[in-house]
Design a protein around this ligand. Structure first.
Ligand SMILES: [Zn+2]
Length: 188
């Protein structure tokens, strides 16, 4: 049993000694070496099997050989530090943060596009009737783009928002125009 007193001074905290291989987020502790805090705030290391204590953490390991002959299964008893004297300093991090969660690329499946070649005649005619709307959209976009361009020129401004707006309109215009020409080619 680990010492509860050292030279008459009570052990107020008893926890597994931290291994030097511990690193932030990964707390590695010794199974058989206890880290003891006494009521007088001195720190000791103790054997988990008996009341052997030392202030030198390196002297516990050699001592453990004394308990070697009987390879008892090492059951770590949960041990809560008791007593009114709280430990000073920060407690060792027991929890390791879960590794950064792998981000699932949230790529929405693109809607199934139908090749114009697979359209039947009725559908083609319907598309052809959309041509006028497409043209109107393209013209509207073109006008808006021209306005924006004129405004940008007016102000001699290179304000990003205007440029972006212009790019967006240009893209819309080009898209409308592309669709228009594709439909035209199909209808001919
Ligand atoms: Zn011992």
């Amino acid at each position: 049993m680990t010492a509860t007193h050292v030279k008459g001074v009570a052990v107020v905290a008893d926890e597994p000694a931290q291994s030097p291989i511990s690193r932030p987020g990964v707390n590695v502790v010794f199974d058989q070496i206890r880290h003891l805090l006494l009521a007088d705030e001195s720190e000791w290391y103790g054997c988990v099997h008996c009341d052997y204590v030392s202030q030198n953490p390196n002297s516990i390991r050699p001592h453990l050989k004394a308990h070697k002959p009987k390879p008892a299964p090492e059951v770590r008893k949960p041990h809560k530090p008791s007593g009114p004297v709280g430990r000073t300093g920060t407690a060792p991090a027991n929890r390791s943060e879960p590794a950064t969660r792998r981000r699932q690329p949230s790529k929405p499946a693109p809607p199934p596009t139908r090749d114009l070649g697979s359209l039947n005649l009725g559908e083609l005619v319907e598309r052809a009737q959309l041509t006028e709307q497409m043209r109107a959209q393209r013209d509207a976009a073109r006008r808006e783009a021209a306005d924006a361009q004129a405004l940008a020129n007016d102000w001699k401004s290179r304000a990003d928002d205007w440029r972006l707006r212009f790019e967006g309109m240009k893209a819309r215009m080009e898209k409308a125009e592309g669709t228009l020409s594709r439909i035209r080619a199909m209808v001919k």
